[in-house]
Design a protein around this ligand. Sequence first.
Ligand SMILES: Cc1ncc(COP(=O)(O)O)c(C=O)c1O
Length: 384
Amino acid sequence: MGIKIYFDNAATTQLDPVVKKEMISAMDKFSGNPSSIHSFGREAKTEVEKSRKKVAEILAASPSEIFFTSGGTEANNTIINGVVNSLGIKKVISSPIEHPSIWVTLQRLSESGDIELEYVDLDNNGHVDLNSLEKYLKNNPNSFVSLMHANNEIGNLTSIKKVGELCKEYKAIYHADTVQTVGKYHIDLQTVNVDFITSSAHKLHGPKGVGFFYMKGSDTSIKSFITGGAQERNMRGGTENTYGIVGLAKALEIAVSDLDNIQSQIKALKEYMLNELRANFETLSFNGDVENKSLFNLINVGFTLNDVKEITPDKLDMLLFNLDIEGVAVSGGSACSSGSLVGSHVLKALNVDDNKLSIRFSFSKFNTKEEIDTVISILKIILQ
Ligand SMILES: Cc1ncc(COP(=O)(O)O)c(C=O)c1O
């Protein structure tokens, strides 16, 4: 069997075997519907609530502030639609490089006239210009701000603390998409001013199809997005994904239990890869701010003509395809949209040269330095 190297952990991560074991055990034990009042239901409900407590404790939140969903997309949709529809907020400030679950949702609300949408300026590295945010907030107090913590395509980080302080000053409601950062960074919700955050289990070695959002304060003020039964305290109709929720809580528990070590292990991989890329390819450049305020597990690199043998219209797809044939899984742009970089709204917003072949490498605790050596030698063969 050939090699298999997975450097696409921003798209999704492999299930941690310990999480899998916990989920299988829950499948054997908790078959009831958590809404049923008999013992089967009560036992399942207890597991869901134990998981909620675990998640809340890790984030320094209250269990009543955590709401389980089918993942990050639903969590983001719930918050945006909830804030706009229930709180009557018209003015929304966001960025042109949000994940599609926010970007497309806001575009639609703007097109239908439900909101007036402003995008903050970005600096040359693709960072949110906080002065421009302040300018918009000054002109539009009591607005709704949706700015992601880490960008899934380029890895840029936006400080929740700093944005939260500005939002507090101008009485804005603040939502941070933390799908790429929950379980990777210490997030203490007692020390930051954020009203909503979102998460998805499959980004942190948990199962797919389950996530949550945090809503500050236990007085639920927004209406549910998915209407139905009274599950999740009327915030999300639909029978709870008991096994997924158990897996999500376990994955988060594992992620934070060894967070500092995992961080430094993956940071070292990123540094090694950066050095190897620089040493082996003359004309590459990085998309976003790869060095400073940047996700420690992500590199988005653009290769240009001198380092590429041949430029053809389908060059990116061919490159990804050739890497795949060699057993290397990476992504061009965000795998959540097309699996290909073509049309990436993030790189467009950053004015990245069309003639660049951009690839996203994203690592996890399961990757090694040896894998990087292999990928560099494969890239050299394919590109040069
Ligand atoms: C930043 C960000 N937000 C939201 C999502 C959507 O999460 P999910 O795949 O659970 O719907 C993703 C997935 O890539 C993401 O990276």
